[in-house]
Design a binder for this molecule. Structure first.
Ligand SMILES: Nc1ncnc2c1ncn2[C@@H]1O[C@H](COP(=O)(O)OP(=O)(O)OP(=O)(O)O)[C@@H](O)[C@H]1O
Ligand SMILES: [Mg+2]
Length: 355
């Protein structure tokens, strides 16, 4: 049972707050991804979990045990960072086995068994005898992953391990990573700023911004039900559209709406609301329909994998559209947009309000 509890962790560097009172738990045996833009504090939080950095205040607990004051080597945590330290003159198998050699509780038979298992799951058995310097970046990172997980420490931390790996090798690495985590069920915290990676790997994603956790949820939930504008914007490619709206006498109006919406109870009146809609949920047609609003197509459509990305303008509001069919008009021509009521979100001051 190795749940990680982050108990009101604060980290300041001088006057700057890098981690701003984070309180959360990473569940035992789950893969949690810390996802967020550069500089939001991901690495700092990881270093605090690993014991490489002391928090300004707050505690870290592993399986109920307070480890805040323990040095890294006493925390029994495996780690893989962007540039792993490896021994170029040792073979792949020897690199994976190395940490196990220092562990007296692991017999040589058990050591060989674990190395074998990891080589299989990571699909690098054919490279067992190769030297590290002969490997490309992707396979090198596989070895680093293998070495971290073969120790079978209950917690393994990864900080952007795929950053220096080219796209195709990245997929193989992620696939191997997924296989190894499903097999070994260690508690894993994986830092990335790549949403696709997080969506693929994570049981849960902790979305981070400016030292705070904005939302901690299952990937689909995070994508479909962002609780903040930031979440809607950060996830998705491109991210959510935000269109100004206002509430008056129980009705919400906006240029994206053909008819006013009934405002949820307790919604602040006046301007300053935002309607959020994912580009792939905006419907675009050539002809006007019952719920459509008129727009001008302002961008050349770009086809990607059977879908088209384009932009339309309603007054001075730009709406990104990601459509399955070819757009019904060219740049500068009229189109008609509609947004299904159930696909809309309403935000006030950046936070979602119920609809
Ligand atoms: N030792 C330090 N001294 C001063 N400021 C620091 C220190 N370490 C980190 N910071 C600052 O804290 C903030 C968070 O840094 P951190 O490395 O945790 O971000 P990150 O989310 O990992 O970013 P990236 O995606 O670029 O790796 C940044 O503004 C960084 O400049
Ligand atoms: Mg970082």
């Amino acid at each position: 049972m190795t749940e990680i509890v982050i108990d009101h962790i604060v980290k300041r560097f001088g006057a700057f707050t890098a981690v701003d009172d984070i309180a959360m738990r990473f569940a035992d045996g789950e893969v949690a991804c810390l996802l967020g833009p550069s500089g939001c504090g991901k690495t700092t939080l990881m270093r605090i979990i690993a014991g490489l950095e002391a928090p300004t205040s707050g505690r870290i607990l592993f399986g109920g045990r307070d480890v805040t004051d323990l040095p890294p080597r006493k925390r029994n945590v495996g780690m893989v960072f962007q540039y792993p330290v490896m021994y170029p003159t040792l073979s792949v198998a020897e690199n994976i086995a190395l940490p196990l050699r220092y562990d007296r509780a692991v017999s040589s038979v058990e050591r060989d068994r674990r190395v074998d298992e990891v080589l299989d799951v990571l699909d690098i058995r054919g490279l067992a005898g190769a030297f590290i310097e002969e490997l490309d970046a992707g396979n090198r990172q596989k070895v680093a992953v293998g070495r971290a997980v073969a120790r079978q420490s209950e917690i393994v931390l990864f900080d952007e391990p795929t950053t220096n790996v080219e796209v195709k090798a990245k997929l193989a690495l992620i696939r191997a990573f997924k296989a190894v985590t499903q097999r070994l069920r260690q508690t894993i915290v994986y830092v990335t700023h790549d949403q696709t990676e997080a969506m693929t790997l994570a049981d849960r994603i902790a979305l981070m911004k400016s030292g705070k956790i904005m939302q901690y949820d299952r990937p689909q939930q995070l994508y479909n039900q962002p609780t903040t504008e930031f979440g809607g914007w950060f996830l998705g490619n491109p991210g959510m559209n935000f269109v100004p709206a206002s509430a008056e006498q129980g009705r919400i109006t906006s240029v994206i709406l053909a008819e006013p919406l009934a405002a949820p109870a307790g919604l602040p009146q006046g301007a300053g609301l935002t309607i959020g809609i994912r580009p792939e949920l905006v419907r675009m047609t050539g002809a006007a329909g019952p719920q459509t609003v008129e727009a001008l197509l302002v961008d050349q459509a770009i086809g990607i994998a059977g879908r088209y990305l384009t932009k339309a303008r309603i007054g001075d509001v730009l709406v990104k559209v990601n459509t399955e069919g070819i757009p019904p008009a060219g740049v500068g021509q009229k189109v008609h947009l509609s947004v299904p009521r159930e696909d809309l979100m309403i935000f006030a001051d950046g936070s979602r309000v119920g609809i």
